[in-house]
Design a protein around this ligand. Structure first.
Ligand code: UN1
Length: 495
């Protein structure tokens, strides 16, 4: 069995405590991919000392040159796209087409970040005083702690790491323990692209140990985390106490609304992709379907007939539509919520079980599941399940649909299918989400637009697009006075 290492201090090293965990294939649990370091605070300590040295070099490297390194990383991702996607499917389970998309999102992010190295705009503004210039520019902040989830093993780390690096920061990267192999490949690529070794540190391990040590380390002023709202709250408390800059990207309970005037075939494709793509393990997954009563029964039948035909299996096998869940705990959570749904009186239309077929026995598979008669306010309507479970809610108007959409504590993405322009625009304005799709599913964010949610999905920051560059830089204001005398702002101008 292959043993993998951390990348700390410019070299591939074993963890201080000598402990490892196994990384297994969720579609065939008996298949072990490798052993990865179960790191602790000592490893993080070493990583911090090295990343501080990395920061000294990198923060002084011109931003366009930093961008060139990220461009090269993008080129290497292009060259190795298929190989990385296969490794990703093997450790994460999503079907190969989706894994290829995940790598592509990393490539898109690389090229956007590379060009940002030639922008990183500041502003020049007039001063209220004569012979005085005023302007702002962006400064790197320091060592950034990047903690990422299992569901997008390449895209999400690159959303955070590439902008952080282009802005001149150094990075300590702690990937989810379910997907350490893709993370290792990403770090290899950054090094091959010419990133000075101490600028990136890879610390494998668990959230409670390695993750916690990063969040609590006083010399890491920036933390970016994607994961559960519960863990985000713990991280938020620590970062608040320590005055750290923190970006949180957390849960969702996203809904697709279908109006009577919608193209139902299109809406069907949307909900299948949104609810069961990535086995429902996306923050942006469609976990609620809000149907106007006029098309409710017809559309429920369309969804159930089609969802039952989805082919479960190993994501590497051609023809597979839905892969496994990530691990035992994830499947147990789904089973738990299906039980909750039954007890709450929702009607289980399809699924609600582990598939029986012998070929799927060794993986964490679960049948696509649809509940109807789900009442707003019930637990399966309110809580994030992170699995292939769709709750259908019946409504009588657009206003009611919007109210149901907004009646949860999360606010990541939403979607409406309608041919009516007025309904589309009303929804665009009234849906309380960071992302709204018109005639498209709740998933499908592009790398050059801001990504994030309102309410308890986030804490006001955005990833992707131009906005993330504000998170990874400190804005400094400069006043250059060449008048040769003391000029007092607010006072001399108004004498
Ligand atoms: C996530 O849902 O966890 O919007 C990230 C999408 C992807 C990114 C999703 N591009 O579907």
């Amino acid at each position: 069995m292959k043993t993998f290492r951390n990348f700390i201090g410019g070299e591939w090293v074993a963890p201080a405590g000598g402990e490892y965990f196994e990384n297994r294939n969720p579609a065939r649990w008996s298949e072990v991919i490798g052993r990865f370091p179960d790191s602790d605070a000592r490893d993080v300590e070493r990583a911090v000392r090295s990343a501080q040295r990395g920061f000294e070099i990198w923060s002084r490297t011109p931003a366009p040159i930093r961008g060139e390194v990220i461009r090269k990383a993008g080129d290497l991702l292009v060259a190795r796209k298929k190989e990385i996607a296969r490794a990703m499917t093997r450790e994460m389970g999503k079907v190969l087409t989706e894994a290829l998309g995940d790598v592509q999102e990393g490539i898109d992010t690389a090229y956007y970040a590379a060009s940002e190295g030639r922008r990183l705009f500041g502003r020049t503004v007039p001063s209220e005083l004569r012979n005085k210039w005023a302007m702002t520019y962006r400064r790197p902040i320091g060592v950034c702690g990047i903690i990422t989830p299992f569901n997008f093993p390449m895209a999400i780390p690159t959303w955070k790491i590439f902008p952080a690096l282009v802005c001149g920061n150094s990075v300590i990267f702690k990937p989810a323990e379910d997907v350490p192999h893709t993370a290792t490949l990403l770090v290899e690529i950054l090094l091959e692209a010419g990133l000075p070794p101490e600028v990136i540190q890879l610390v494998h391990g668990r959230g409670e140990t390695a993750g916690r040590a990063i969040v609590e380390h006083p010399a890491i002023p920036v933390i970016s985390f994607t994961g559960s709202t519960e863990t985000g709250a713990i991280i938020g408390e620590t970062c608040g106490r320590m005055h750290k800059r923190l970006s949180l990207e957390m849960g969702g309970k996203n809904a697709q609304i279908v109006m009577p005037d919608a193209d139902l075939e299109l809406a069907l494709e949307g909900v299948l992709w949104g609810a069961f793509g990535t086995t429902g393990q996306r923050c942006t997954a469609t976990s609620r379907l809000i149907l106007h009563r006029q098309i409710h029964d017809k559309f429920v039948k369309m969804v159930c007939d089609a969802a039952e035909k989805l082919k479960l299996g190993d994501g590497l096998k051609p023809g597979t539509d839905v892969g496994p869940l990530i691990n035992r705990a994830a499947r147990e959570k789904v089973e738990y919520y299906v039980e909750v749904g039954r007890k709450e009186g929702a009607v289980l239309e399809i699924g609600g079980a582990v598939p029986k077929s012998a070929a799927l026995k060794d993986g964490w598979f679960y049948k696509p599941t649809v509940f109807t008669g789900v009442k707003p306010g019930t637990r399966i309507e309110q809580e994030e399940i992170f699995g292939p479970v769709l709750s259908v809610i019946r409504v009588s108007s657009l206003e009611e649909a919007i109210k149901v959409n907004n009646g949860v504590r999360y606010g990541l993405s939403s979607s409406i299918y309608t041919r009516d322009l007025a309904s589309a625009f009303k929804a665009m304005e009234a849906l309380e989400n960071g992302i709204t799709y018109i005639n498209a599913p709740t998933i499908g964010a592009e790398a050059h637009l801001p990504f994030g949610g309102v309410k308890q999905t986030g804490n006001g920051h955005r990833e992707g697009g131009w906005q993330v560059y504000d998170f990874y830089t400190e804005t400094k204001a400069i006043y250059a006075d060449y008048s040769g005398k003391l000029q007092r702002a607010q006072i001399d101008t108004y004498e």
